[in-house]
Design a protein around this ligand. Sequence first.
Ligand SMILES: [Zn+2]
Length: 142
Amino acid sequence: MNSKACTKCGAIKPLSEFGKNKRFKDGYQCGCKDCLNKERRDWSKKNPEKNKNFKREDAIKHKKRYIEKSTEWNKNAGDHRKKIARKSAAQSCLKLKEYYIAKLLADLGFTPELITPELIELKREQLKILRLSKQLKKSCAR
Ligand SMILES: [Zn+2]
């Protein structure tokens, strides 16, 4: 059996014209590809709002859940969260990335041959000191 009748349009078409579907006895959809495509198109044409609303509702649901979760977490975390924020700020100060420093040095006119690991290390120290002095100034101004 290499062909079957489409239950939608009644045409007898080769099996290659039917989508595969294991749920059906013969392993193929009951409607031909053309008919099913047309049905799908018609449905979304008739229900453009439904289609959109589904997505919107889903997004709102997810958002709500996300907000609920994070406010709950904030309540529980309290000071702990502040500590984490302080810690990560300190870490980002220490973690002055090599490529970032190398770029700074290149901007200052250093050629790639001159930008050695030692120089990067020196620049990193300098940047750390600069940042610290800025922080000090800020806290003095307060
Ligand atoms: Zn058909």
